[in-house]
Design a protein around this ligand. Structure first.
Ligand code: PEP
Ligand code: MG
Length: 564
């Protein structure tokens, strides 16, 4: 394939890196074989040894991560470690070796495939991620069965890792110098690999698709985490430009740590952070985020079969709330299935219990600082009322136990078109709205957010109208309305958001300084007239052109150079 080759993916960790590629082996062909009955015992011992080695490797990665970043990320490994003892996986593999007289490789692949298949059929990204967890453990077991080791460092020259995917254990070992960038064939912004790339500050583009396999060892690769783009076969000129951008971005971040967010014509905008894990709090404080506008609590459950206990959750929430004080933390209740809403009025009893437990923990934490609570994926007024009733039930239960539980604002994400269309009705019951443009755009445009195919943009005029209607309804009702979807994280789209009336935005922690700088470059009156015009456009392209013409050119050259 000719060079330069440009691959689009998902920007999992912002920043720019340019270095030569180190292609990770994509798994050797495995020999699947029947074995003699007499060889079964030996095969079982071979399998047990592989399990022990794989478990030791996971333990070592967990310890290394704890050493570097404290205990917060360690639970990422607990699920993998548990899987090494899981009857459904490990015992089933041993049984397949014993009963079917097949070699360990075949048994591992067969059982893993059987466990993965139903998860992959689910459209939810959450379950697909769980399927990937199984694949990671499978990969580790197969690797140890073959005696193969992941290539260790061959030189200290900076490299961009290129592979199908990285397991968390591999990520911990490999996302360290000399690795300066990461490109993977599969993956999502919420995957463990993406989280760890952000933690280690390694620019990453994931989910670039099978063309990643075209990248050869030693080729020059440019990873642009801003534009979610990978260039293979980089010219000297591009390399120089990338190095310069890297330097400018580092200097810019330094200069923006304490900056303010007031538009060019003097309107103050609140910039808060979206957070998935407690370790991000430190970065949120460092970048002077004015609170947490969206705390995605479901991330604490990624590694476990069940959510943590009420006390465990309370401790975690309390730590976040006190660290952020006096600023507010908006906890979103578990958003289990992302693209499949769970109606609060027909939750299964188990899920209802989990929700009660969580709400109680949040209510308890709310007496320690400024806290608000919001529900994801709300589609009908009835279900919002049912969810609010659970808050009251939980509060009553706490009072019965003589526990402290403050009265806190209860709001909702507006991310389902029905909620946006009925925003005025919802505004009678909600204390605040947080607009989630990621889901709102996909539901409006009938595109599946989790299938890695075409994605929807909030610049679709239909979405712009839904957002405008939501903001207007909130203004009429006098309730706060913030923008916490990724529209706020894109500098040009953020300008449109301000024009549509948002005065509070919440963005990924790493984007907080950038968002403030963008806001300072926006003239609100100009943005408002652009937003009015956008409402009458016929296509997202038309809206994009409008923004390019009237808002983008006012941005600092840094953004243009970064092609954000
Ligand atoms: C959204 O849908 O825009 C949103 C902020 O929620 P999440 O990305 O967690 O689904
Ligand atoms: Mg959402």
């Amino acid at each position: 394939m000719s060079r330069p080759l440009r691959l689009k993916g998902i920007g999992a960790s912002i920043g720019v890196a340019v270095a030569s590629a180190r292609a990770l082996p994509s798994g050797r062909p495995r020999v699947y074989a029947k074995i003699e009955n007499a060889a079964v015992a030996t095969e079982l011992r071979r399998f047990e040894k592989a399990v022990a080695k794989s478990r030791a490797e996971m333990e070592a990665a967990k310890q290394q991560l704890t050493l570097q970043h404290g205990s917060t990320y360690a639970p990422i490994f607990d699920v993998y470690l548990l899987m090494h003892e899981d009857a459904v996986l490990i015992d089933a593999i041993a049984e397949a070796i014993r009963n079917d007289a097949i070699n360990a490789e075949w048994a591992v692949a067969r059982v893993a495939e059987r466990l993965r298949a139903p998860l992959l059929r689910d459209t939810s990204s959450y379950f697909r991620e769980r399927a990937r967890d199984i694949a990671h453990v499978e990969e580790h077991l197969l690797r140890h069965l073959s005696g193969e080791h992941r290539t260790e460092r061959v030189s200290d020259e900076p490299v961009v890792l290129v592979g199908h995917d990285l397991s968390p254990a591999d990520a911990v070992r490999m996302l360290a110098p000399p690795t300066v960038g990461l490109v993977t064939e599969v993956g999502a912004g919420s995957s463990h690999t993406a989280i760890l790339a952000r933690t280690f500050g390694v620019p990453a583009v994931v989910g670039v698709g099978p063309l990643a396999r075209e990248i050869e060892d030693g080729e020059d690769v440019l990873v642009d985490g801003f534009a979610a783009e990978v260039t293979v076969g980089v010219s000297m000129e591009e390399r120089r430009e990338a190095e310069a951008r890297k330097g400018r971005f580092a200097a810019f971040l330094e200069g923006e740590r304490q900056s303010t967010a007031t538009t060019e014509d003097g309107f103050a905008v609140t910039v808060t952070a979206n957070v998935e894990l407690p370790t991000e709090i430190e970065a949120a404080l460092e970048s002077s985020a004015e609170g947490i506008g969206l705390y995605r609590t479901e991330f604490m459950c990624l590694e476990r079969q069940e959510p943590p206990s009420e006390d465990e959750q309370f401790e975690l929430y309390r730590a976040v709330v006190t660290a952020m004080a006096p600023n507010n933390v908006a906890f979103r209740t578990f958003d289990w299935r992302g693209d499949k809403r769970i109606r609060a009025d027909d939750l299964r009893e188990r899920e209802r219990d989990w929700l009660r437990t969580q709400i109680k923990a949040i209510l308890r934490a709310s007496s320690e600082g400024a806290v608000s609570l919001m529900f994801p994926m709300v589609a009908t007024v009835d279900e919002f009322l049912a969810a609010k009733a659970i808050v009251e039930e939980s509060r009553a239960a706490l009072v019965d136990q003589s526990a402290r539980a403050a009265v806190l604002p209860v709001g909702m994400m507006v991310e389902v078109p029905s909620a946006a269309l009925l925003a005025d009705r919802f505004a009678e019951h909600a204390d605040f709205f947080a607009v989630g443009t990621n889901d709102l755009a996909h539901y409006t445009m009938a595109l599946d957010r989790s299938d890695g195919g075409a994605s929807a943009t909030p610049l679709e005029p239909a979405v712009v109208r839904l957002i405008a209607g939501t903001v207007a309804a909130a203004q009429r009702a006098g309730i706060p309305c913030s923008l916490c979807g990724d529209m706020a994280a894109n500098p040009i789209e953020l300008g449109l958001g301000l024009g549509l009336g948002f005065r509070s935005v919440s963005v990924p922690v790493s984007v907080v300084p950038l968002a403030r700088a963008v806001i300072r470059s926006v003239d609100l009156k100009r943005a408002q007239s652009v937003a009015e015009e956008a409402l009458w456009c016929e296509s997202a392209d038309e809206v994009r052109k409008l923004l390019d013409e009237h808002l983008a050119k006012h941005l600092d050259p840094l953004w243009k150079a970064s092609d954000l």
